[in-house]
Write a protein that binds this ligand. Sequence first.
Ligand SMILES: CC(C)(COP(=O)(O)OP(=O)(O)OC[C@H]1O[C@@H](n2cnc3c(N)ncnc32)[C@H](O)[C@@H]1OP(=O)(O)O)[C@@H](O)C(=O)NCCC(=O)NCCS
Length: 164
Amino acid sequence: MPTIRSASPQDADAIAAIYNQGIEDRIATFETECRSADDIHAWFEADRPCVAVEDDGMVLAFASLSPYRQRDCYSGIGEFSVYVERSARGKGLGRLAMEGLIEEARKRGYWKLLSRIFPENTASLSLCWALGFRNVGTYRMHGKLDGIWRDTVIVELLLSNDFD
Ligand SMILES: CC(C)(COP(=O)(O)OP(=O)(O)OC[C@H]1O[C@@H](n2cnc3c(N)ncnc32)[C@H](O)[C@@H]1OP(=O)(O)O)[C@@H](O)C(=O)NCCC(=O)NCCS
């Protein structure tokens, strides 16, 4: 039975391996350089929210937040990443990871999560819509991946009902 928990520095190797599968698949991110465990350790040193989904003692998915912008006025906006181990995709683990991340973000006082997603990434878009994210719009020609211009769909989820 998969369980959600806060990720810790001990998970850095597993998280880097799962992240690198997503980078290699070329559907999730403009990033092309693989991540090392040291890169993931930096997330924990910066106290970035990060949750792991574990099954049978193995980390199979994670979701994490990075700051949207450095300006104070945007301090409650987190840009999320969610990655599931290749062979474990489509079994509800991405959803579990995001539910855990959303709970953690609420506890920490974030008011919005967002991301930019390739339009072709139907799994990621479907996951977001299932969680209540809305499409904000599409950035055209937002960057090149392997020499090809790619669009990205911006999605957002408000975490608060109280904007008074
Ligand atoms: C995108 C990703 C995180 C989704 O996680 P997952 O565990 O595969 O998805 P889940 O099984 O939790 O499914 C979540 C929802 O998305 C839908 N979904 C999942 N895969 C889908 C697919 N390939 N096509 C259409 N819908 C899909 C499910 O039906 C489900 O909706 P529901 O809850 O209403 O039934 C995962 O596929 C992944 O790691 N992909 C590679 C990395 C990536 O693209 N990360 C996102 C970067 S923004």
